[in-house]
Design a protein around this ligand. Structure first.
Ligand code: PAF
Length: 281
């Protein structure tokens, strides 16, 4: 069932809640792939119903051209969701249904999380993500909301958001779903040529390499290895490689005992920006 207006969805949700049923929510911007289906299947396993939002959120794009280019595949998305077993409600609003007349971001202080990595390269991005998630959580009142670890920074922002906005939703982080080649699944992969799909595997390969040598090499040495591999690949352009503390996402210059780290890469493949990460310890 597709809902375009939150007041109609709200009635449905109120009736679900009256029966003491739980709601698992998966926010998406559509262009669904197997990675999304894995999140939604988990939402169905752990809740009575799943709600999936399909909304290309204008406030999280820093470049109008990217917003325009973002794939919109509503019919294919709805067909894909029909392949799942269990009640899945789709919420596909117009911007005005969520935002009213004022399609702008709220300014958030996520305790510094927003200034690291993606935040440095995409100004205002996490204000847009926080704003839309807050609006969606309030419209849907989910018990659980499911996020892929591919966007690990977004997952941590979602955790911080429910704390700041005092929302009852529990955020659930889910493992990255990969192609057989190791490439992290993403809607953006659809924009890669077969050649670039092959070359983009380097991102995951380098993360695996970093994990392998994390105990042995310094962070400086690991950075040199990754940067060299990207320099030698004529199809990919590294935007950043970072090893960061998983809690505050601050860049780590050296390893410290008792801290959990992840390695993060953002790179362009023929103009398509891809991100990926891996847990190191
Ligand atoms: O990851 C995404 O697709 C988006 O950032 C999200 C969480 C749906 C918010 O618009």
């Amino acid at each position: 069932m597709i809902y375009h207006h939150h007041h109609i969805l709200n009635k449905e949700i109120a009736s679900v809640k009256r029966k003491n049923k739980t709601i698992g929510f998966v926010p998406t911007m559509g262009s669904l792939h197997h990675g999304h289906l894995t999140l939604i299947s988990r939402a169905l396993e752990e809740n009575d119903i799943a709600v999936v939002s399909i909304f290309v959120n204008p406030t999280q794009f820093d470049k109008p051209a990217d917003l325009k280019k973002y794939p919109r595949t509503m019919d294919a998305d709805a067909d894909l969701l029909k392949t799942l077993k269990g009640p899945v409600y789709i919420y596909a609003p117009l911007p005005s249904d969520l935002y009213g007349d004022n399609v702008v971001s709220k300014k958030y202080n996520f305790g510094g999380l927003e200034h690291q990595m993606e935040g440095r390269f995409r100004p205002g991005h996490f204000d847009g993500v926080g704003t839309v998630l807050n609006l969606l959580f309030r419209a849907i009142s989910p018990d659980h909301a499911y996020f892929g670890e591919k966007d690990f920074q977004q997952l941590q922002i979602a955790n911080k958001l429910v704390e700041i906005e005092d929302l009852p939703t529990k955020i659930v982080g889910c493992p990255i779903v990969r192609e057989e080649s190791g490439l992290a699944m993403s809607s953006r992969n659809k924009r890669l040529s077969p050649k670039l799909l092959e070359e983009a595997v380097l991102i995951h390969q380098m993360l695996v390499e970093v994990k392998k040598y994390f105990g042995r090499y310094s962070i400086a040495k690991l950075s040199i290895i990754v940067e060299k591999a990207f320099r030698e690949n004529e199809h990919l352009e590294l935007e950043y490689f970072e090893i960061a503390n998983i809690n505050n996402l601050k860049t780590a210059a050296r390893k410290r005992a008792g801290i959990k780290y992840r390695a993060f890469i953002a790179a362009f493949a023929g103009g398509v920006r891809l991100i990926d990460n891996i847990a190191l310890n």
